[in-house]
Write a protein that binds this ligand. Structure first.
Ligand code: SAH
Ligand code: DHB
Ligand code: MG
Length: 220
């Protein structure tokens, strides 16, 4: 089925206009895990969500080469701000270069370090609340990131979480015992289901990235 999923993504691809800078970010090799960025259709979904809600301030967990970051930065425009948190210095450097090529560098900050730390520092500094948060770093820390995101957003903000289905493995209790990523996603879903600060749903997705899914949570 994977071939078919990818073929349908290719068919839908006419909806997405990628310039050279987006292609360069999506195909960057000089990062820790080439190829794990969101798909073009998902990148444009992030762009449209940000545009639809008139987001001005966006927080991202996990930059990689800056592919999703460019989409989000283009959505908020030069009057907005994107803060992206990345642990790997080489990734942050690659992203910086791609953001410059995309012409959005002036309104994007990449904070290098563990996102648990850098997001805590943002909260301590009392930065202006964010309108949209894209959570796409390590999955083991998801419960922490949801806590940070709640503290760093205004009511009515949207929190989008990538990779919450992982080929269906999130329903396997045994997988959670051996895989901290699966455990993190399962805990995050518990939080979204019970924490009064969030009202959430999730959608399963197929496409070039296989079978996965996104959770969308309104900060109540
Ligand atoms: N959002 C990107 C893809 C991010 S991939 C896009 O769609 O284009 C996940 C990224 O999270 C990687 O770059 C990885 O280095 C980073 N990461 C992993 N653990 C992290 C941590 N503890 N703190 C911050 N970033 C982390
Ligand atoms: C992985 C992480 C991601 O953010 C993603 O989109 C795909 C895969 C991973 O850690 O395997
Ligand atoms: Mg992801």
């Amino acid at each position: 089925m994977q071939e078919r999923f990818a073929a349908v993504d290719a068919h839908l691809g006419r909806l997405v206009d990628e310039d050279a800078a987006l292609v360069a970010a999506r195909t960057a090799e000089d990062v820790s895990r080439p190829g794990i960025e969101v798909s073009p259709l998902a990148g444009k979904l992030l762009f449209l969500l940000a545009r639809a809600m008139g987001a001005r301030r966006v927080l991202e967990f996990g930059t990689l080469a800056g592919y999703s970051t460019i989409w989000l930065a283009r959505a908020v425009g030069p009057a907005g701000r994107v803060v992206s948190l990345e642990i790997d210095r080489a990734n942050a450097l690659a992203a910086r270069r791609n953001l410059e090529a995309a012409g959005v560098s002036a309104w994007v900050d990449i904070l290098c370090g563990s996102a648990a730390d850098t997001s805590a520092k943002l909260a301590e500094r009392g930065v202006e609340p964010f309108d949209l948060v894209f959570v796409d770093a390590d999955k083991a820390s998801l419960p922490t990131y949801l806590d940070r995101a709640a503290a760093l957003t205004r009511a009515g903000a949207l929190v989008v979480i990538d990779n919450v289905v992982r080929g269906g493995r999130i329903i396997e209790v045994e997988a959670a015992a051996s895989d901290p990523h699966i455990a993190g996603v399962r805990q995050a879903l518990d939080v979204l289901a019970s924490d009064p600060r969030y009202d959430a749903t999730a959608v399963q997705t197929v496409g070039v990235k296989g079978w996965d899914g996104l959770a969308l949570a309104l900060r109540t």
